[in-house]
Design a protein. Sequence first.
Length: 175
Amino acid sequence: MKKQIRAICKATRSAFCCEERRAADERIHSLFMRTYGAFNTFFIYNSFRDEADTKRIISSLLVAGKKVCLPRVEGRDIVPVFYGELKKGAYGIDEPLGEAYRGDIDVAVVPLLAVNGRGYRLGYGGGYYDRFLRGCPAVKVGIGYDFQRTEFEEECHDVPLDCFLSQAGIIKFTK
């Protein structure tokens, strides 16, 4: 079931047209900065291919003097590393060089292929973000497009999000 949902979500996201995508990304950027821009330390995915864009959010946070960490894959885990010099990682995604950040994170922004009504995300299947988010006290924000909302059954190892932010607005999930 999850494999089918992943395939459908990838295809739908890939077909999301240019002008509509630009407008959605602009709305996501604006909502994110208004809602979370006052926080200080961020862990945020570096958007890749047709994921909802985070590059503009990252740039705005850096201009505002915020601490911004990107994920870097290390074995079976991801670690937060301050934004800086980047190199292609194991999955072809630009990852930061440098030491892993061990301090507090206020807001963790994660990618998704789908999110259900209970706040569980469907990722690419590697479990990297669930392992990272487990025990992480940060506000957990999934960013994507509104059409990525769908129903599926979560598994015991899945970590719920606090909210899902899309061009349509912010959905907060209760625990």
